[in-house]
Every structure is written in structure tokens, then in C-alpha cells.
Ligand binder design. Sequence first.
Ligand code: ASP
Length: 429
Amino acid sequence: MTNNRKYPLWAKIILGMFLGIIWGLVAVKTGMEDFTENWVKPWGTIFIKLLKLIAVPLIFVSLVKGITSVTDISKLGRIGIKTIGLYVFTTVVAVVIGLIFVNVFKPGNSFSQESRNKFQQQYQQNIAEKEALAEGVKSGSPLFFFEEMVPDNIMKAAGDNSKMLQIIFFSILFAVAMITLKVKQIEVVKSLFDGLNDIILKIVDIVMMFAPVGVFALLSALIAEFSGDSDLFVALGKYAALTFFGILFMILTVYPIYLKLFTKVKIRKFYNAIFPAQMVAFSTSSSAATLPVTLKQCKEKLKISKSVANFVLPVGVTINMDATAFYQVISAVFIAQVFGLDLTISQQLAIVLTTTLASIGAPGVPGGAIIMLVIVLSSAGIPAEGLALIMGIERPLDMMRTAANITGDATVASIVASSENEIGSEEPE
Ligand code: ASP
């Protein structure tokens, strides 16, 4: 037991990945594919089911909590609207950059047609689902997408993982209704949601404890199904490099552009100030856990006023995850490419919307993106089993994402503070 504690979860996941690869290769060599399919793969399926299981409650609770944490929106007025507007804007920009990257570099296309055919046979059902979805988009009115977003029955929507946008729609409606009511009227419901949020995050923790076994099972089954095809590894390497450098590009290019355009903050000063927070984010993989450091650095080093920092940064930790959105769009399209699913432009645009919303709903904890990715995949009809491909290299990418996420929060805080003349002069706390 004590031995177990010594190894962090991500190390166990990587171990699971390696053992899974080895098992898969051995199974191919020794003809144990059927055994793997019948006795190993189910553990992976259970893991995916657990992720899907928490998706609906998680998205509902964390969206409601995220949006209602902005209860002061009317009090803060201008600042509140600017903050939310900038957060949504920077997230959409990140998703669009991701979409361009993944379409230009096509990391999943290094797969041979033969392997792809094999994949398609394996996941016939998901593919049929996706085709049905595509059919709907094609045959419906141009407003089909919006029509589909509005549920006519919340229970039905909650019972179907591919209807995640409907859940998101309902959650936003619910939260908006909540913040328009008086604080006293919703006090109890708010604290109920706080408690529920803690419980669900705990469930996420518990499910993630099972991740090493899940990754082992899914990966060994995938390798066995693919008879040890090396295309898989080439594609995966390309995907990891694309995501890694893409996030680095955001940190080193996109945010400096925002700062240059909208503030007088010196880029060098900005990065010197937030470097410690980036390091904490990188090592904890949790933007929520990093919040105290981000706050301190922004107030003390960037001299952002307390009133702006104390509002903008905590809200950012809950709803602004540019790199998470960027990662989700790349991962979703990558998995679709590997499975040989051609996504039309309108489907890709639907993914833009889902990932933007999913990143708003994603919790700022390690692996927060993964659960939301399940949602993005389900709503786009892409097989969630594709997660097995990327789970093994998820942790280093999560570390990068988190560092970028808090950089985005600090950038928006600087922009808002600059526009309010609340930066550079106030005494630190
Ligand atoms: N770990 C990330 C964060 O806390 C969320 C994610 O992308 O998984 O910001």
C-alpha cells in the first residue's frame, strides 16, 4: 500500500501504456488475440463507461457552478462582461488555431488505408451513428444544428451521451436563470451545487485511479486488433508533437500578440512575473491548485489591482481553458482521422462549438480535459475507444495545457486591468 503511494498516477498510466503495448505485441505473436478481446479489453470498456458515466453530472454541475460564480456580474457590470467576452474570444481563437493545425498537419493520416478499413470494421456501430448524424446535418435546414441544440425533454437528453450540447444548453439556461435571481433566493441551491461539485470531482479522482488499468486494457486490445501495426505509433508521435508544439506556440506567440495589441505590459515583464505560476501549473496539472500563485504573481509582480485580479482570475480558472479546448479539438479530429472518418466542415464547426463549451465545463484539475473529450467525441459520433490511443501520452500534454491555461487567465486579467487603468500602480496586497 505504501509502495503504491510512491508513484504518482501519471507514472502508473505510462506504465499501463507500456505494459499494454507489450501485452498487445505478445498477444499478436502468440495468437492470444481472442483472449485479449474477451478477458482484457472489457476492463478498458469499463473505464470508458465510467468516464461517460460522470460526463453528464459533471458538465451540469461544473457549468452551473462556473457560471454562477459570476454572480457579481451585475455589480461588476463592465468588468464582468469584458472578462467573459475575452474568455470566450480567446477560447474560440484557440480552437480555431487547433482546427487549422490538425487539418494542415493531419497527424492521423499516416495510417494506411488497410489499417483504417480494419478500424472501421471494428467500430461499425459508432461509424453508423456518425453517419446518421452527418445525414441529419446534410438533410436538415441550415439551422438544424441550433434546432438540435435545444432539448424538448431534459431526461431524454440526459439519457443520451450524444446529446451533450442539449445538456450544455440546459445547464447554461439553468445557471443564467440562477444569477438573475436574488442571492438570498438561490443561497441553498448554490451551496448544494458547491457540495455536488466536490463530490463529482472526488468521483473523477476515483475513476482516474482506475486509469492505468483502463489504459493497459484498451491499448493492448487496440494493438492486438491492429496486429501490432507500427503506423499506430507513427501517428501517435505526430499527434503528440503537434499538440506539444501547438500549445508552446500559444504560450510564446498568441498571448504575446494579445498583450501587445491590448496592453502596455512588457512581454518580458509579463513572463517573468507569471513564470513561477506556470511552473506550479506545469507540475501540478491543475489550474485550480495554481490559483493562489497566479493571483499572487499578478497582483505583486504585474501590479494588477486586487479588485480586477480577485474577480478575473478565479473565474478564469473555472471557465477559461484555451489550451484544453485546443487539445480537445486536435484530439477529436486526430481520432476521427485515425478511424478514417471524414468530418465535413459543418461537423468540424460543430466540434468548435462543443469544444468551446466543453472547455468551459472542464474542471481545472489533472485530466479534466479527458472527461470533456468523451463528450466531444460522443456528440460528434467519433468512437470514444480512440481515447485509448491518446491516454498514455496525456500527462505531459496536460502539464503543458495547464501552464498555457493559466497564462491565458493572466493575459485576460492584464487586458481587463489595462482597459480599466487598474494595472501598474496599485500597492500589492
Ligand atoms: N489540467 C487542466 C487544468 O487544470 C485541465 C485539462 O486540460 O485537463 O487547467
